[in-house]
Design a protein around this ligand. Sequence first.
Ligand code: SAM
Length: 427
Amino acid sequence: TSQKCIKEGQAEIRLASEKVFYNPVQEFNRDLSIAVLSVFTKDYIEEKLARAAKSVKKSEDIVEDVTGNNSEIPVTVLEALSATGLRSVRYAKEVPNVTKIIANDLSEQAVETIRSNIVHNGVEGLIETSHDDACMVMYKHKLPSKRFAAIDLDPYGCPSIFLDSAVQSVQDGGLLLVTATDMAVLAGNSPETCYCKYGAVSLKTKSCHEMALRILLQCIEQHANRYSRYIVPLLSISADFYIRVFVKIYSGAIHCKKTTSKLSMAFHCVGCDNITLQPLGGFKPNPTEKNPQQMKAFLPPAPAVGEHCVHCNQRHHLGGPIWSDPIHDDVFVTRVLSHVQGNPGLFGTAKRIQGVLAMVREELPDVPLYYTLDKLFGRVHLETMPMLTLRSAILNAGYKVSYSHAAKLSIKTAAPAQVIWDIIRTW
Ligand code: SAM
């Protein structure tokens, strides 16, 4: 049989059958995942060593040498939906510190392809294949001693059916990497389906790509909370026709109580496209409070359901809940960026990663969602103001402004909507 040969990163993949899924466009997704995992595995080992050292000190029961070398900490990765095995082979060859990878797929043909690619790339010692339903593999690894350091979910379409098992089988401090490609559902074309799949109503709005990221994050958080676990987002990316999030998972019932203040309902005005967020839980530390221990109600004003928009007197649609806390960890993103800058030869899409991460770093972390220049002016049937003019006007009014990596003409700002409309009125 004729075999197609694909080279990507340090892997060479042979595709015997057209039936096994391979998408060259996802190279950016794989490159980015390798960069993230490279930084993550280093942290993960350090964290585990520090914890072990602490517990040894506490019990004074020194049974093992925890100061020694990294290879003592197992760093196991599950690629739950592996197709050709390309991603797993690349993880094996390109991510430092990984001690074992399981490449799983439900399709027999895929598993055969993975096997032959493991041999072809000489990574037999590092990758094991598994021919099973992804959920089954994960449920079999939910005991703490069996959990994975990282789980990669890269399904067709929606990943939510894999989340219940995934959030249980990641180590404390482990990483979950999740792709979703059902952008039409997440971006508001079918809010009912979005609710069924993700437990949140999507909205057709200018900032739908970031909204999609925030719907996926809330979905993972809800699944994790059921098991007294919670997420810490490291990086959340909207690219091409998909979204990809990288979140750490931790255990802690007390932390789960803070979830409601990290989630918000979104009131979307059908007239002027304005969105007002209403946190599900009212309790958040007040930033002006000197004593951060003293928790104070800190609620931005939000319309009651049915109340009309203060800017244009039109109706609201209710969307969400969405994740309204930060979606990236700035320190982590900076380290991934310097890793790629320092090793551009390792990544075919190094330039794109650098561009995207540079934008991600500049995103205002405490401002969910964004306006887009064209939609803002389209709503009032005006010719568009130059981006620079609008940004300067917002800055002059005393508010910060940034782009979002998720949309070209985006404007992220904490300025109240009234300020934006006032600026537009002067145009
Ligand atoms: N991660 C791959 C890459 O980067 O090239 C692509 C994965 S492809 C989008 C999705 C794969 O999931 C297919 O190979 C399909 O056979 C497999 N699959 C679908 N449902 C599954 C399930 N329930 N358990 C395991 N694998 C499944």
